[in-house]
Design a protein around this ligand. Structure first.
Ligand code: ADP
Length: 396
């Protein structure tokens, strides 16, 4: 059997279509489209054994010919896919001729098992409604398409594994950084507490009352800082393990933000905050946790955008409320912006300002628990805006 130019062209087009494509579905679409003249079918679907190893998931389905019922209806192949998987080999099903039967009721099926990294993982099924029969050439083409599909799925799985691995590696690097940050963060207040209390206890020195009070005030502040830090660490651990309890009740977001702002103002009297609030309905939320979110945003603005005025708005949408919390600080470089909500993440070079990289992670987890969204937009030297979207509760 000699190979002719046409066959070589076909093989070449298969390789071209598959090589370098990152989206496996797009690659399979092009491949199938380029073979349409040689290999006619009405519907094609890829069924994969689900993670529990029991059922089948449809991961790809195209209807191109007769019986075009779109992607959703792939029931025509499910039982057959199960049979192919059980037999672990190609199965061809061709009904006898029934002249008076609607051709849509006469599926001619060819199914091929898909082996990914040597493991039986699913099946590729083609259907022709009402025939014609699958010729030996068609059967070989179907086998080639199945092999290509399996290799596309394998590279997809590898790609996903690589992304997971990269994320785990990043998390491990962050944990390493965290250990050094946290030991620094714990040592600093402890150093103050120890230093000032030792001074107060010295028997060879007498401190006047004003100095004593100053020392005690420092000890008090630093103990608060330690408590806050430890609370943040515990909170982040509870959020990660999903053991933090939320108490949802109707609340007014505008009043909550104003309350937090008033509390912050007592410690930072120079802070300028402008409010621009729509009239908003109450939402269902946890007052303590949502206050914590805004306390964190205030605390970050004070740390990273010192002296900047803040502008907070609430807009009422059809199904949600959107808060925008803006400062006019130095901003966050674009490359780092996607990571600021990750646990332990701190923008590189942020060593002059104390922090642990937990604040925004905690904010995000709290907002997610409210079925909301939080994200940031930033322009260098112009400022950062944190957006929070919370669902408006239709029941209240
Ligand atoms: P922390 O403040 O403890 O470092 P966060 O999770 O609160 O941790 O913030 C993550 C990082 O995002 C910070 O290290 C900081 O670099 C950056 N960031 C947060 N808020 C702002 C802001 N308003 N302006 C500029 N950078 C910010």
């Amino acid at each position: 059997m000699s190979v002719d130019a046409r066959t070589l062209d076909l093989v070449y087009s298969i390789l071209q279509n598959v090589n370098g494509k990152t989206d496996w579905k797009a690659a399979l679409d092009t491949l199938l489209a380029s073979l349409r003249e040689e290999f006619v079918y009405d519907n094609v679907a890829v069924y994969m054994i689900d993670s529990g190893g029991v059922g089948l998931d449809v991961v790809y389905a195209r209807a191109v010919g007769r019986g075009k019922h779109g992607e959703a209806d792939v029931s025509w192949g499910e039982g057959f896919a199960g049979e192919v998987i059980n037999k672990k080999e190609m199965v061809i099903y061709e009904p006898g001729s029934h002249l008076d039967t609607d051709r849509l009721d006469l599926p001619f099926l060819v199914g091929l098992p898909l082996f990914i990294a040597g493991r039986l993982s699913g099946a590729l099924i083609f259907v022709r409604f009402g025939g014609p029969h699958y010729s030996p050439v068609h059967i070989r083409m179907a086998a080639i398409i199945a092999a290509v599909t399996a290799s596309l799925l394998e590279s997809k799985a590898l790609q996903e594994a690589r992304i997971d691995l990269e994320s785990v590696q990043r998390q491990m690097r962050l944990q390493d950084d965290f250990v050094s940050t946290i030991s620094h963060e714990l040592r600093t207040p402890l150093g103050f507490i120890k230093g000032y209390s030792t001074s107060l206890l010295r028997e060879d020195t007498k401190w006047d009352e004003k100095t004593q009070r100053e020392f005690l005030a420092i000890i008090d502040d630093e103990a608060d800082r330690l408590t806050h830090l430890i609370e943040n660490m515990l909170e982040s651990a509870r959020l990660q393990s999903k053991t933090l309890q939320f108490k949802f009740q109707p609340l007014r977001l505008d009043a909550l933000i104003r309350d937090v702002a008033t509390r912050v103002h007592t410690h930072h009297t120079a802070l300028k905050v402008t409010f621009d609030f729509d009239v908003v309905p109450p939402i269902l939320g946890d007052t303590v946790r949502l206050s914590q979110v805004f306390e964190n945003l205030f605390s970050n603005a004070i740390k990273y955008a010192p002296d900047s005025p803040l502008m907070i708005s609430i807009r009422r949408g059809a199904k949600s409320l959107r808060v925008a919390f803006s400062d006019r600080g130095p901003g966050i470089p674009e490359d780092y912006l996607p990571f600021v909500f990750e646990r332990f993440y701190r923008v590189p070079g942020e060593r002059t300002v104390t922090g642990t990289g937990l604040g925004l992670y905690i904010c995000k987890q709290i907002i997610l628990a409210h079925h909301g969204k939080i994200w940031a937009e930033s322009i260098l030297d112009q400022g950062t805006t944190f957006f929070i979207e919370l669902p408006a509760d239709p029941k209240i």
